[in-house]
Design a protein around this ligand. Structure first.
Ligand SMILES: *[C@@H]1O[C@H](CO)[C@@H](O)[C@H](O)[C@H]1NC(C)=O
Ligand SMILES: *[C@@H]1O[C@H](CO)[C@@H](O)[C@H](O)[C@H]1NC(C)=O
Ligand SMILES: *[C@@H]1O[C@H](CO)[C@@H](O)[C@H](O)[C@H]1NC(C)=O
Ligand SMILES: *[C@@H]1O[C@H](CO)[C@@H](O)[C@H](O)[C@H]1NC(C)=O
Length: 292
């Protein structure tokens, strides 16, 4: 009796999930994706393997830059590689901060932010999950662009807007932390140092231990893309005492303490960088940074 029950359940389970073809036919918002998969001759693979597919809606392709659309329409291989970046072979059970190798060879990062009840892939919000008989389709409203293969440290060390921060990070010898797994770095842009004044900047530069405390206060463990941040969120930082910073959201701005995020979601292989417009200093160091 029990065996029969299990068998019936199994049959129903299979019968209940549509095939990829059926889903692509029934969902008009995936028409562009369907055509592109056919055009790039990927449909057959996607039907013969277990797959995890990230499927952008039609409007997401329309929203690509003119430049990108031009390149894609003239470069077939680029189109194939872009599409392959949306497919992971295997029916993955996606875990927060998991990285999954796509058919393109590069990895996508999945995040699940419980407070906001939102999941993202490479920071792009997943709007719907559709089970299919050989895996799952995650509907997204942006096209995933394989971003440069660079770490949080690479971003800070090469972007001219972060050159002052990079100087201080080197003095504090904090490079290693920025190469670690799953880091979020709130990094002041150069203009963010003006408020400190030259004298204070010099004081700080002379004090590596203080710099280390201050920069630790700009980092946290775990990849926090914008969709995961929420008002009043306490972010436990990597300073020695694990001081918390507070996220504030107001009128479309997101702040970390009193600094505003000006350049959100710069993607790294080991996390994410948000450019902020001021340096964050724990209040107990106010006197120290003024006197050096
Ligand atoms: C797909 O996954 C099922 C189990 O979930 C497994 O039995 C089957 O062999 C897999 N198919 C392929 C093509 O890997
Ligand atoms: C396309 O861009 C517009 C304007 O930025 C935005 O409102 C819309 O949500 C985007 N559409 C999709 C599907 O992402
Ligand atoms: C795919 O994995 C999910 C769990 O992550 C599971 O619920 C589902 O049954 C699996 N589908 C197939 C076709 O194996
Ligand atoms: C990314 O960079 C790492 C380390 O520099 C390298 O080992 C890897 O092959 C690179 N991957 C791609 C796809 O470029």
């Amino acid at each position: 009796m029990r065996v029969l029950y299990v068998m019936v359940l199994a049959v129903f389970h299979v019968a209940l999930s549509d095939t990829l073809t059926e889903v692509l036919e029934s969902k008009l918002e995936l028409l562009v994706m369907k055509r592109l998969l056919e055009h790039c001759k990927l449909t057959e693979t996607l039907l013969s393997e277990n797959v995890t597919i990230f499927a952008p809606v039609n409007g997401a392709f329309r929203n690509l830059s003119e430049d990108m659309l031009d390149k894609l329409s003239t470069d077939y291989n680029l189109m194939v590689e872009l599409l392959k970046y949306h497919v992971v072979i295997g029916n993955e059970s996606l875990q927060n901060d998991g990285r999954y190798q796509t058919m393109n060879g590069r990895h996508v990062r999945y995040n699940n932010y419980q407070h906001n009840e939102v999941s993202t892939v490479d920071g792009v919000i997943i709007t719907e999950i559709v089970p299919i008989n050989n895996g799952a389709l995650y509907i997204i409203d942006e096209v995933l662009i394989p971003y440069p293969n660079r770490t949080v440290l690479d971003i800070i060390s090469t972007d001219p807007d972060f050159s002052q921060s990079y100087e201080f990070i080197k003095i504090a010898k904090m490079e290693e932390l920025l190469l670690g797994d799953d880091v979020t770095a709130f990094i002041p842009v150069n203009a963010g140092y003006e408020k400190l004044g030259a004298a204070v900047r010099n004081n700080v530069a002379m004090t590596p231990n203080l710099l280390k405390e201050i920069f630790g206060y700009h980092l946290t463990h775990g990849t926090l893309y914008s969709p995961g941040l929420y008002n009043s969120e306490k972010v436990r930082t990597l300073s020695t005492l694990r001081d918390t910073a507070t996220i504030r959201q107001h009128n479309g701005y997101t702040r970390v303490n009193y600094a505003t995020i000006k350049r959100p979601d710069i993607k790294a292989t080991n996390g994410v960088v948000h450019g902020i417009n001021l340096v964050l200093v724990q209040s107990r160091f106010y006197t120290a940074i003024l006197s050096g």
